[in-house]
Design a protein around this ligand. Structure first.
Ligand code: BTN
Length: 259
C-alpha cells in the first residue's frame, strides 16, 4: 500500500537556506527531470525541488530506466544554477549527500561506486542523473535527479533483485522517507557550499569510493578501458592504470568492478 509523504515532518527537519525551500510535490510524473526542466525554464529559484510519489518513465544514466513504484521511495530533481567551473561538483555532491543522509536517517554504511552510485553491501541503494542546459560555455541550469530506494521490496523486483537494495531490505523494516529526504536536502546544501569553498566535499566523496584500488572495466560508448582504478583527479575523473603501465583519465562512463 502506498503511503504519501508527510511534508510537515520534512519541513520541521529542514535546515537549509534555499535547497528544497521551493518544493513541488506531485503524486505522479513521467519523470521529475521533465517537470523540473519546465520549472527551470520558467526561472524557478535555485534549489527548487520537484518530488514525485511515482514515476511512469523514471530514467537512469546511460539510457536505462529507474524503477519508480508509488509511495515507496524518493524520486526528486533539484534545479541548480552553478557557475560553469562548479558544474562537475554536482556529481560529487549528490552521491555524497545521499550517502550521508542514509547514514544519518537510517544508520546505513554507504560507499560510492564511481562516479555516483550509492551502495550498501555492494548493492545499489541510490543513483544520480544530471542533465544540463548550456548557453555556450555558461550553465543555464542543471537538473540533479536523485533516486533513493527507501521502502520498496528490492528483492522482489526481478530485473534488479541481485544488484539493488533499499533501506527496508537492509534494516528488515521500513525507513522514514521524511527523515531521509530532510537529511538529503540538508546535506546537499551543506556539501554544495563546501565544494565551492574548498576540498572537504571532494575528500569526503573520495574516501567513500569503493572503486579505488579495484580492477575495473570502464565503458564510454564504444571505448573500453580496463585496469586498476588508481585514483581520482581534482575534477573527479577516474585514473585507470592499464596493464601496460600507462595511465588513462576517464571523465564519465560506466564502471564495472571486476573480481
Ligand atoms: C542512475 O543511477 O542510473 C540514475 C538514477 C536517477 C533516478 C532519479 S529518480 C528522480 C529523477 N527522475 C528520473 O527520471 N531519474 C532521476
Amino acid at each position: 500500500m502506498a503511503v504519501w509523504l508527510d511534508l510537515t515532518l520534512v519541513e520541521e527537519r529542514l535546515k537549509t537556506r534555499y535547497v528544497g525551500r521551493n518544493l513541488l510535490y506531485l503524486t505522479c510524473a513521467t519523470s521529475t527531470q521533465d517537470v523540473a526542466r519546465v520549472e527551470a525554464q520558467r526561472n524557478a529559484p535555485e534549489g527548487t525541488a520537484v518530488l514525485a510519489e511515482e514515476q511512469t518513465g523514471g530514467r537512469g544514466r546511460l539510457g536505462r530506466s529507474w524503477v519508480s513504484p508509488a509511495g515507496k521511495n524518493l524520486y526528486l530533481t533539484l534545479v541548480m544554477r552553478p557557475p560553469a567551473r562548479h558544474l562537475r561538483v554536482l556529481s560529487i555532491v549528490a552521491p555524497l549527500a545521499m550517502a550521508e543522509a542514509l547514514e544519518e536517517a537510517a544508520g546505513l554504511t554507504c560507499r560510492i561506486k564511481w562516479p555516483n552510485d550509492v551502495l550498501v553491501g555492494g548493492r545499489k541503494i541510490a543513483g544520480v542523473l544530471i542533465e544540463t542546459d548550456l548557453a555556450g560555455a555558461a550553465v543555464k541550469y542543471a537538473l540533479v535527479g536523485m533516486g533513493v530506494n527507501v521502502n520498496f521490496d528490492a528483492a522482489a523486483e526481478s530485473e534488479i533483485a541481485d544488484i539493488a537494495t533499499s533501506v527496508r531490505r537492509e534494516l528488515g523494516r521500513d525507513g522514514s522517507r521524511e527523515e531521509v529526504l530532510a537529511a538529503l536536502l540538508n546535506a546537499f546544501e551543506a556539501r554544495y557550499t563546501d565544494a565551492q569553498e574548498g576540498d572537504a566535499a571532494f575528500r569526503a566523496w573520495r574516501s567513500r569510493l569503493e572503486t579505488l584500488g579495484r580492477r575495473v572495466r570502464a565503458t564510454l560508448g564504444e571505448r573500453v578501458e580496463e585496469g586498476v582504478a588508481e585514483d581520482v583527479d581534482a575534477q573527479g575523473s577516474l585514473l585507470i592504470r592499464r596493464d601496460d603501465g600507462s595511465l588513462v583519465t576517464v571523465e564519465a562512463g560506466d564502471v564495472t568492478l571486476r573480481a
